[in-house]
Write a protein that binds this ligand. Sequence first.
Ligand code: EPZ
Length: 430
Amino acid sequence: MDRISIIGGKHLNGSLPISGAKNAALPLMIASLLTPDRLTLKNVPNLADVNTLARILRNHGVDLAVDGKRAEPSPYLGETFHLTARDIVDTTAPYEMVSRMRASFWVLGPLLARCGEARVSMPGGCAIGTRPVDLHLMGLKALGAEIDIDGGNVVAKAPRGLRGTRIAFPKVSVGATHAALMAASLAKGDTVIENAAREPEIGDVAECLIKMGAKIEGVGSSTLQVQGTPRLEGAVHTVLPDRIETGTYAFAVAAAGGDVELRGARIGLLERAFAVLKQTGVTIAQTPHGVRVARNGGNLKPITIETQPFPGFPTDLQAQLMALMTRAEGTSVIRETIFENRFMHVQELARLGADIQLQGDTATVNGVKALRGAQVMATDLRASVSLVIAGLMAEGKTTINRVYHLDRGFERLEEKLSGCGAAIERLVSG
Ligand code: EPZ
């Protein structure tokens, strides 16, 4: 298994390209199931999760063609995918596929809306929590689906199609909002979705559905109104920049020190995270081509935050912020309110010399004078990159094992960081 080796202490300077958002590309690819016409997606990031989903969609009968890399307008722009679900030949998504990439469970809504039936494996839990799907099923039932659980699979039927309705989610869920929005787009009649997630990736998918002919009001708010239509068409859509990648590299610059322009980044996609970063003493500025992040000298001030659904502080940046705060001047308090087990990085950060106490859903981080490089283990996608951030600060060499977690969500990470001066390399094994 590949490993990543980092020699800490180098500042980061220059510029770094931000890729298309993984958590928009995945549902956008799934939206291709809603129409027999061609959906073209630009700026698709080259990630393991995207490639896994491509295989799953092909299994359903989606023709997927990828344009070769273009020199223009920038070699860093992502790939262009052409997805055509002319005929859906298989409405099942088996365990061996869904268990490899949880978001593939999200094919359930579109398959049901397009074909009137679907048999999709329950995704099961993962490192950060039990990850239930009850809210997904609640929304589809409200739209008239008959749902059974058989041998670990969700068996969904809607022989007479889905019917518009009112869905009031008791809890904000990104995936359940995607499922309800896509299914409602092809339902007969109007649907109101209340307490919908407001993450920018939901808005990006909604904008794409509207280009495909869906009638959606309230995009960006917590109440979405959808007027069902009998058919959706093809469209061309560009994936928005990845706000989690943006925040991750912003924290990396703050950790290593230096001055970097994150090209293609948009401040408006993660205002709360940037506000927290400013509180620690880091300079943030929108530029014509992205966002400039700088910390030259000066200590990091401690912070107290809790993760919240958008527009609050994103849970997907919690591990990265914690890594940064291990070197703050004082004590920080970080509360994780979204997932029940998203502190897997704490033990690994402690191996590098961090001083972190856990009490239930709250971590208390006492800043230390220095971290020291060591062998550490990646456990899940965002925890892995928190170890990279810590390695950039640590004295000496840090080696991170199981980097396949990183490859799921960060495109060309070593290339992007070494391009700004980091001493980082991938050790390919076997
Ligand atoms: C999406 O996961 C993201 N994944 C996650 O990013 C992200 O952490 C999460 O939203 C929160 O922002 C993708 O977009 C592919 P949720 P999702 O449904 O949709 C509970 C990453 O690192 N819940 O918003 O699965 C759930 O247990 C990944 O890129 C239910 O109770 O998250 C959690 O406590 C990790 N019942 C909370 O809601 C349900 O039916 C929020 O989960 C669904 C969720």
